[in-house]
Design a protein around this ligand. Structure first.
Ligand code: PAF
Length: 285
């Protein structure tokens, strides 16, 4: 396994591999890796000749009051974890990703507005900007993103299509702890008691899914049952919405697949989670 720290070296490496007709797979990450990240790497390991991951905590996707400075980092641990699985770990420096002359911002407009876009203005613009830049450097044939960041994955797909970036995007399923808590690098912030309460987020989403599958078609009823469960465990809901999974618009009666998406504060720790639900009957308007 090779560690590359320089943008130009990464570009040269990818170009050489493309010249040899090698298929390049890519998993961009912000490090502090867990089984969720590893599952994304495993998803494409056998589909590609060269598997590259990046570790870069992108300042552009954090708001001024957010946790950029204290975002968990452990480079050596990350390297050891992925050693058996990947060919290259790309760990660029910020002044190489955004050199002084850097002046481009990439924004997917409508999909960046709802859900996390409302509560984290500028976040998705920061994500698309860095992902476009990383795609330009790594030039992957396939890239993988996690369903836990469902909105992010839709936005990246839209960006790739709109800009004809020629990268095939795959989305890997959410990996959960045995009690249902979705894996996240930010789970490290939770103390034992907060960790216990956090599992209710998944319980809430599961309740929503169950009600839909039992035939409940009133979105407000479903949201209020989920809200009651989640808030009842001293958790603050930032958003809890049921939207059309294809475009994040409010659901219409003809919607076939919806996403139940939540952002929840466990004290001051913000966690997101979601569930895709196939609705096989009409929802009330
Ligand atoms: O999902 C993440 O970890 C980040 O948003 C990403 C895609 C690596 C861009 O910084």
């Amino acid at each position: 396994m090779k560690i590359i720290r320089k943008v130009q070296e990464m570009i040269d490496f990818s170009e050489t591999n493309h010249q040899q007709d090698k298929l390049i797979g890519f998993v961009p990450t912000m490090g502090f890796l867990h089984q969720g990240h590893l599952s994304l790497m495993k998803l494409i390991r056998d589909q590609v000749d060269v598997l590259i991951i990046s570790i870069y905590v992108n300042p552009k996707q954090f708001g001024p009051q957010e946790d950029f400075k204290k975002y968990p980092r452990d480079e050596q641990r990350d390297i050891n974890l992925v050693k058996p699985l990947v060919d290259v770990v790309f760990i660029p420096e910020s002044d190489d990703i955004y050199p002084p002359r850097y002046d481009t911002f990439v924004q997917v407009e409508e999909l960046s507005k709802p859900l996390c876009g409302k509560s984290r203005p500028g976040h998705f613009g920061g994500v698309t900007t860095v992902v476009a830049r990383l795609f330009g450097i790594v030039k992957p044939d396939i890239a993988v993103f996690g369903q836990k960041d469902y909105q992010q994955s839709l936005i990246i797909k839209r960006m790739v299509e709109d800009l004809n970036l020629g990268v095939k995007i795959q989305v890997g399923p959410i990996i959960r702890e045995p009690d249902g808590l979705a894996l996240s690098s930010r789970n490290i912030y939770l103390d034992e008691q907060q960790r216990k309460r956090a599992q209710e987020i998944n319980q809430g989403l599961a309740l929503g899914e169950k009600l839909m599958k039992q035939g409940e078609t009133d979105i407000d009823q479903i949201i209020s049952a989920m809200t009651e469960l989640i808030s009842g465990h001293d958790l603050n809901i930032e958003y809890l919405e049921i939207l059309d999974s294809s475009n994040l618009q409010e659901v219409s009666s003809m919607t076939e697949q919806v996403i139940i998406a939540a952002a929840v504060l466990v004290d001051n720790i913000r966690l997101i989670d979601n569930r895709l639900v196939d609705v096989d009957r009409k929802l009330e308007e």
